[in-house]
Design a protein around this ligand. Structure first.
Ligand code: GLN
Length: 247
């Protein structure tokens, strides 16, 4: 596949990078290199508008509440139109934890409301109760994708999906979006390419089938069209993460 290039744009790479979420980008980069697929990484910080045609996958990692507060207004204004146009043309938007919380309408915390970018119908709020913290496994239904994702979650915010919005997966073990309704993450947007999850780890090194699903979707091909790789080590890491989550 020599003439293909995966173009990734990382949003707020310095601010939104908790639990080594930047490692997800390394997974995209390495797997492209091993397959002979080109890889380009750009960053968009505060004040930078988004060119919807300049990347195939837009990434937002997790962040502490204070980091989210620094990004939220910019995401909901400066980057809003570009990201909506990107989702409308089928580009992938992939957001983790604090990033997921900013994909929807907003995040309510300590009497303050951070605006969201409105790509999907979900809302997030702090509630009384403990942080939702620990190992997590979810069943997913992605065309040509893996059946199970395993990772780690740690969030105080509780996310609720709107009635017509679909989660990324169903919680098998752990808390997921809110600890009540067994939903985890979101998979929405006009083409089902706006993906959010609470799962860190970073997630992708031990869920390489999901990394491939995201990459293939961003490239506009089926995951099966990607050349196979020797994933013995990655498979063992996935099995260990699933085992840690009681699966
Ligand atoms: N600040 C958010 C929360 O606690 C997200 C934290 C994170 O990205 N791990 O809910």
């Amino acid at each position: 596949m020599p003439d293909r290039t995966l173009r990734v744009c990382a949003l707020y790479p310095d601010l939104m990078n908790i639990y080594a979420d930047r490692g997800n980008l390394t997974v995209f980069e390495r797997r492209c290199a091993w397959r002979g697929i080109g890889f380009e990484l750009t960053g968009a910080g505060i004040g930078d508008a988004i060119d919807p045609d300049a990347a195939d996958l837009f990434y937002i990692g997790g962040g502490q509440d204070r980091d989210q507060a620094l990004c939220a207004q910019d995401l909901a204004t400066v980057k809003r139109d570009g990201l909506h146009a990107a989702a409308a043309r089928g580009a992938v938007v992939f957001a983790v934890c604090g990033g997921l919380q900013l994909l929807g309408h907003g995040y309510e915390l300590d009497g303050e409301r951070l605006p969201g970018v409105g790509l999907v119908d979900l809302d997030t709020r702090r509630e009384d109760g403990p942080r939702l913290l620990g190992n997590i496994a979810i069943e997913v239904d992605l065309p040509g994708g893996p059946p199970l994702l395993a990772g780690f979650e740690n969030h105080a915010g509780r996310t609720y999906l709107g009635a017509g919005e679909r989660p990324l997966g169903r919680v098998v073990h752990g808390n997921g979006n809110n600890g009540h309704d067994k939903t985890e993450g979101v998979r929405g947007g006009p083409h089902g390419t706006v993906i959010g999850t609470y799962m860190h780890g970073p997630l992708l090194p031990k869920n390489t089938g999901f990394a491939d699903w995201l990459s293939a979707t961003a490239l506009g091909i089926a995951p099966a069209e990607l050349p196979p790789l020797d994933d013995a080590l990655e498979g063992a890491a996935h099995a260990e993460a699933a085992h840690a989550a009681g699966v």
